[in-house]
Write a new protein. Structure first.
Length: 357
């Protein structure tokens, strides 16, 4: 019986709807397994800009720092497209990751048997299932590097710099290799070492870290090839570890292979057990408040929270099993609907999963 305090940041667009369903699932878990989850709500993203003029208020960071973990919905939307760069809603995400020291982002891409036909690849390519984990470096690289405008060869130019230190590379590689030990013991380091100096440093450090994990098979692949291999033969991958920007791009690609971006959760972790958990889909403003969003990614995100932050494996498994059950029953939100299945809204899908806990 544990007590856990969770900061909840619903955010913008479909964020609040899917987060609500994830919170309800946690409550159901609490009842069944006798844990006490308490929730403290905080603002970030566009709604925070509207309410207090900044995308990541100090109060939100304080609430997160005093919690055991954070559950986040999504941030951003067209309403805030024209606010200055430093205050865009997306900056709230980057700020949370940096301020909370969450350098390791785990993005699993798994195909559920019941949804095999939602996969846009030919059946023979994904036959037997797919289970990839992308480990994305989250607080370094070009998203956090020096940036600005200056005079260049052709007049004014903009620049964003990619920098990685050995320390940053080492800790994410360690993380990936550690996780691989619990899986199929295969890590593919994705980079652009034929062009980028930072990638060459990644390879050097990766090789050093690997020495501590003799059982893990470590391979390297250029990112352009990796993008191709993900659709050509995705089953060759177990764990993929990569930089912030490459991980951003490849995780969207991997998610689509599973059938819908509405299915994939993520965990952002630092040195300790504290983590931030969020669906990898964005705020989808076009379907916000229409009860159309798929809450499964958010719900699976709290399963990851139970597993990685609270070490409640049984409870996490119960959520994953509940998701599997509703999918096997043919229950679907619009993003994964197909002829012969039952169409549900966000709320109804959330309730169906809660009822299976
Ligand atoms: C993601 C998103 C964010 C990122 C954006 C919204 C800043 O695309 O979590 O993948 O690039 O990290
Ligand atoms: Mg992204």
């Amino acid at each position: 019986m544990g007590k856990y305090k969770i900061a909840v940041i619903p955010g913008d667009g479909i964020g609040p709807e899917v987060t609500q369903e994830a919170v309800n699932v946690l409550k159901a878990i609490g009842e069944k397994f006798q844990h006490t989850f308490t929730f403290e709500y905080a603002l970030a993203g566009g709604c925070a800009i509207d309410a207090c003029g900044e995308c990541l208020p100090e109060e939100t960071l304080e609430i997160c720092k005093h919690s055991n973990s954070v559950m986040l919905g999504a941030v951003g939307g067209p309403k805030w497209d024209n606010v200055p760069n430093a205050q865009r809603p997306e900056k709230a995400l980057l700020g949370l990751r940096a301020e909370l020291g969450l350098f390791s982002n785990l993005r699993p891409a798994k195909i559920y048997d019941a949804l095999a036909e939602a996969c846009p690849l030919k059946a023979e390519i994904v036959k037997g299932g797919l289970d990839i984990l992308i480990v994305r470096e989250l607080t370094g690289g070009i998203y956090f590097g020096e940036r600005g405008y200056r005079q260049g060869k052709y007049g004014e130019e903009a620049y964003d710099v990619e920098t990685y230190s050995e320390v940053e590379i080492k800790r994410i590689l360690k993380n990936a290799l550690e996780i691989a030990m619990q899986r199929d013991k295969k890590v593919c380091c994705v980079d652009k070492a034929n062009v980028l100096e930072t990638s060459r440093l990644w390879r050097k450090v990766a090789q050093e870290v690997k020495n501590d994990y003799p059982e893990v098979e470590l391979t390297y692949m250029y990112v352009d090839n990796a993008a191709m291999q993900l659709v050509r033969n995705p089953k060759q991958f177990d764990v993929m570890v990569t930089s912030n920007m490459f991980g951003d791009i490849l995780s969207d690609e991997a998610s689509m292979i599973t059938g819908s971006i509405g299915l994939l959760p993520s965990a952002s972790l630092g040195e300790g057990t504290f983590g931030m958990y969020e669906p990898i889909h964005g705020s989808a403003p076009d379907i916000a408040r229409e009860n159309k969003a798929n809450p499964i990614a958010a719900i699976l995100s709290v399963a990851m929270m139970l597993k990685y932050s609270f070490h409640l494996t049984k409870e996490a498994d119960a959520i994953e099993a509940a998701v599997k059950t509703v999918l096997e029953k043919g229950l679907r939100t619009p993003d994964i609907f197909s002829q012969g299945t039952t169409l549900l809204g966000t709320k109804e899908m959330g309730e169906a999963i809660q009822n299976c806990i």
